[in-house]
Design a protein around this ligand. Structure first.
Ligand SMILES: [Zn+2]
Length: 532
């Protein structure tokens, strides 16, 4: 009886416990269920908004065609910052331009280049960024090529020959056909021969330039001091019709880049004694030192307003094209994701920020400035997603060297429907980015900052820093897919009940020196750039 009673009372207590246990399970499951339902509904709403009401084409048209390239220190860069703030305003999102530094102000004007002798042809070319102008005039002069000389003394002796002339400082490419074109149509022997010849000519040119004893910068200054009227270069980007357009080294005379085809024409005419002449007009304005900004926009968090999830893409570009894939596409992905999130998820658990960085191209300056200026945000950043390598679908995401990144990033990614992660490969825990784009500025400060890395679309040769980085290269369906993925990842990172772990992997030791691997160091931006 006693035993029975005891048993009975145990039994009763057991039953109670089980009932409570079951109740808890139901509640937990219910909560999980509810969370899952909420997630599914949100994801579906994000996709619907991105698909039925996409603003990507409008944004791209306004930014790339309406404003154009966004070189740091130019009025167009400033115009773009103001446009972004106004655009966020129309979506009810708070945005501001935040000063991080100053840069040499410059405004690109007309470049017009003609061959006027031995026959007339308007040439394809443009002045390099920050090139000096031709003083409002058209300058005509003969062409002269950097010659083969014995040494730097002989080079100095030759220098007076440049007086009154345009100096060609790049090699003549033996072929304007990209390798893939040779590989499709050429014989094996012909391809091998072409590559061998090209390598030999490239080496010979490097040696020829080396004999001047001058760096590129010193050469430009020596040429202008000796009375050259302009410098002509050609930086072929290994595709049909593509040249990369960077900045000038000259400080008094213009430097123009001429496309491979026309550069080769001038070079061959000059080599064969036909004494070609060109006329160049290059207009540009020096604007003194101007302030430089990042555009930051924000959707305030409700539960944890002091924790942050950040979207990131540099806003500046080189200016040979209109910066469509570097980094117009990253920019519009982040803007579109913000617009969608504001509409579908207006009261996020954590604060959502977006950074449109100035001057990534000169060394991640805008993002480094932000990291340095906002330790309180950096300390509490849950995650950052950066995009900056073209128009393609995101096909690579790595864990950036954070030991537990697999746990949270892959959990967030699970919510992205298969359609929007076709071909995606993930690497965990991955390794920290030491540079390359703005995520590196945050990784260096210990923030779980991830690069959403695109498939190529021949980005490296055809659009990256080239004269062909224009609207027509944008693949909108890929960009749309990226905006959807970004919005979902940001939503998941905001809703995550846990704060992300920042524990770092032990980096492998340097295989060459045997020294232990080091996490990339946080670096200060150039706060005053473009000045000598
Ligand atoms: Zn870029």
């Amino acid at each position: 009886m006693f035993t029975m009673l005891l048993c009975g009372s145990i039994k009763t207590r057991c039953m109670k416990k089980i009932r409570i246990f079951l109740l808890v399970i139901c509640l937990v499951q219910g909560a999980v269920c509810m969370a899952q339902t909420k997630d599914s509904l949100t994801v579906a709403a994000i996709i619907k908004e991105a698909t039925d009401n996409s603003q990507l084409e409008n944004l791209a048209n306004e930014l790339m065609n309406g404003i154009g390239p966004r070189l740091v220190g130019t009025p167009k860069m400033q115009q773009a910052h103001d446009w972004a703030v106004a655009k966020y305003g129309t979506w009810g999102i708070t945005a501001r331009n935040e000063k991080w530094g100053e840069w040499r102000g410059w405004e690109r004007g007309i470049t017009h280049i003609d061959m006027v002798q031995p026959w007339i042809k308007t040439l394809e070319g443009t002045q390099l960024a920050w090139s000096p102008n031709t003083g409002g005039k058209t300058i005509t002069g003969e062409i002269i090529i950097i010659p083969e000389v014995a040494d730097s003394i002989a080079f100095q002796a030759w220098l007076p020959n440049v007086k009154g002339k345009f100096v060609m400082i790049s090699m003549k490419q033996p072929t304007g056909r990209p390798d893939y074109n040779w590989e499709e149509f050429g014989t094996k022997e012909a391809i091998e021969k072409m590559k061998k010849d090209r390598t030999a000519q490239t080496d010979a040119w490097r040696k020829r330039m080396g004999k001047s004893g001058l760096s590129n910068k010193e050469l430009a200054l020596a040429l202008e001091k000796a009375g050259a009227v302009g410098i002509i270069s050609s930086l072929w980007s290994a595709g049909f019709g593509v040249n990369k357009i960077f900045s000038a080294n000259s400080i008094k005379i213009p430097t123009v880049d001429i496309a491979l085809e026309d550069y080769g024409l001038l070079y061959r005419l000059s080599e064969s004694g036909k004494s070609p002449k060109v006329s160049i007009r290059a207009d540009s304005k020096e604007l003194g030192i101007v302030p430089t900004f990042n555009t930051i926009a924000e959707i305030k968090g409700t539960e944890k307003p002091d924790e942050y999830v950040m979207l990131s893409a540099h806003f500046d570009s080189w200016d040979g094209g209109t910066g469509a894939t570097d980094n117009g596409t990253g920019t519009i992905v982040m803007m579109e994701a913000m617009r969608i999130l504001k509409k579908i998820y207006p009261n996020p658990k954590r604060t959502i920020l977006v950074g449109h960085w100035g001057s990534e191209e000169q060394g991640l300056n805008g993002s480094r400035g932000f990291v340095e200026d906002h330790p309180e945000i950096i300390k509490n950043m849950q995650a950052l997603f950066n995009q900056d390598n073209g128009t393609g679908r995101v096909v690579r995401i790595g864990g950036a060297g954070f030991l537990h990144s697999y746990e949270y990033v892959s959990r967030w990614l699970q919510r992205v429907p298969a359609n929007y992660k076709q071909g995606l490969e993930t690497t965990f825990p991955g390794s920290p980015a030491g540079g390359g784009s703005d995520n590196a500025s945050f990784v260096a400060a210990g923030v779980p900052a991830f690069s959403l890395s695109s498939n190529s679309w021949l980005y490296g040769s055809y659009t990256w820093h080239t004269n062909r980085d224009t609207y027509d290269k944008i693949v909108f369906d890929d960009v749309r897919s990226n905006a959807i993925m970004t919005a979902i990842l940001v939503y998941m990172a905001c809703e995550d009940p846990n704060k992300t772990s920042r524990e770092k992997i032990v980096l492998p030791s340097n295989s060459r020196t045997g020294e232990p691997g080091k996490w990339p160091e946080q670096r200060s931006p150039t706060r005053k750039g473009g000045v000598n």
